[in-house]
Design a protein around this ligand. Structure first.
Ligand code: NDP
Length: 269
C-alpha cells in the first residue's frame, strides 16, 4: 500500500493513479512506492511562498522580542514599574542571519529580513547558488560555520534523509548563547531533545517553531514548559487567500492527472 508512513491507516488501493497534495512539502508521501507504481503526484509550490515567509518573519520577531511572554505579563499583572532590562530581547539590526535552505521560501525570508538592517546573510544547502544569493550578498558556508556565526538561524529546507535531525546537539552547541533559532520547514529536521536541552541550559537564547514532531505536539511536551520557546501549530501558509489558491491548484493538478494531461505543478519523481 502507498500511504503516509506516519499514519498507517492512510492506505491506498492498487487502482490509485494520481495523488494531489495541498502542500509544497512531500516528505509525507511514500515516494519509492509511488515511483515504482508510476503514480503521478501534484503539489503546490510557489503559491504559498509569500505567506510562509511572512509567517517565518512573524515567528522570528515574536521569538527574539519575546512577544507571547510580554503579552502574558500584561494579563498576569507582571507589568509593574519601568525597568531598564525587563523583557529585553535581541534585534535584527546589524545582525548575521543564517538560512538553512535558500530555496523559494528561504529567499523570500531573506528578502523580507534585509530591510530590518541585517548586516550579513549566510546560507547552506547542497551547493552554492550564486544567482539566488546575489540579491542578498549571501555567503555559502558549511552548516557548522552557519551555526557558529549566525545571530538568527532560519530553517527553510526540505525534509530529506540528509536534513533529518540535522539541527542536533553538535549544531546547537556551536550556536552563540545569544542566538535565536527558527524552524518553519519540518519538525524532523530538528532533534527536539537536543533543542530542549540547548534552550533549558541557556546554550541558545530562544527558539520559534512552526513545525514539531509529532504534530500536534502533546500539550504536556517539555518544550511547552519553556518561556524561551514559541510554538505555533504549523500555520505557515495559513492565510485565506493562500489556502484558496492552493486548493484551486491542487484540484487542477488532480483533474489534469486524471485526464492524463500535464499538471500545472507535477512533482518530478
Ligand atoms: P524549495 O525546494 O524551493 O527549497 C528547499 C530548499 O531545501 C532548497 O534550497 C535546498 O537547497 C534545501 N536543502 C535540500 N537539502 C539540503 C541540505 N542537505 N542542507 C540544507 N538545505 C538543503 O522548497 P520551498 O522553499 O518551497 O519549501 C521548503 C520547505 O518548507 C518545504 O519542503 C516544506 O517542508 C516547508 N514548508 C513549510 C510550511 C509551513 O507551513 N511551515 C509551508 C510551506 C513549506 P539546495 O537547492 O541547495 O539543495
Amino acid at each position: 500500500p502507498v500511504g503516509c508512513p506516519k499514519r498507517p491507516s492512510c492506505l491506498t488501493g492498487p487502482d490509485l493513479k494520481v495523488i494531489s497534495t495541498l502542500s509544497v512539502g512531500f516528505d509525507h508521501l511514500a515516494l519509492d512506492e509511488i515511483k515504482k507504481r508510476g503514480i503521478r503526484v501534484g503539489y503546490t509550490p510557489d503559491v504559498l511562498t509569500d505567506a510562509t515567509a511572512e509567517l517565518s518573519v512573524a515567528l522570528l520577531l515574536s521569538t527574539c522580542r519575546r512577544l507571547p511572554e510580554a503579552a502574558e505579563q500584561v494579563k498576569s499583572g507582571g507589568w509593574t514599574t519601568w525597568k531598564p532590562l525587563w523583557m529585553c530581547g535581541y534585534g535584527l539590526s546589524d545582525s548575521t542571519v543564517g538560512i538553512i535552505g535558500l530555496g523559494r521560501i528561504g529567499q523570500a525570508v531573506a528578502r523580507r529580513l534585509k530591510p530590518f538592517g541585517v548586516r550579513k546573510f549566510l546560507y547552506t544547502g547542497s551547493g552554492p547558488k550564486p544567482e539566488s544569493a546575489a540579491e542578498f550578498g549571501a555567503e555559502f558556508v558549511p552548516l557548522t560555520r552557519l551555526a557558529e556565526e549566525s545571530d538568527f538561524v532560519v530553517v527553510t529546507c526540505a525534509l530529506t534523509p540528509a536534513t533529518q535531525g540535522m539541527c542536533n546537539k553538535d549544531f546547537f552547541g556551536r550556536m552563540k548563547k545569544t542566538s535565536v533559532f527558527v524552524n518553519t520547514s519540518r519538525g524532523a529536521v530538528v532533534n527536539q531533545e537536543d533543542l530542549y536541552n540547548a534552550l533549558a541550559s541557556g546554550q541558545i537564547a530562544a527558539a520559534g517553531l512552526d513545525v514539531t514532531t509529532p504534530e500536534p505536539l502533546p500539550t504536556d511536551h517539555p518544550l511547552l514548559s519553556l518561556k524561551n520557546c514559541v510554538i505555533l501549530p504549523h500555520i505557515g501558509s495559513a492565510t485565506y487567500a493562500t489556502r484558496s489558491t492552493m486548493a484551486v491548484l491542487a484540484a487542477n493538478n488532480l483533474l489534469a492527472g486524471l485526464r492524463g494531461e500535464p499538471m500545472p505543478h507535477e512533482l518530478k519523481l
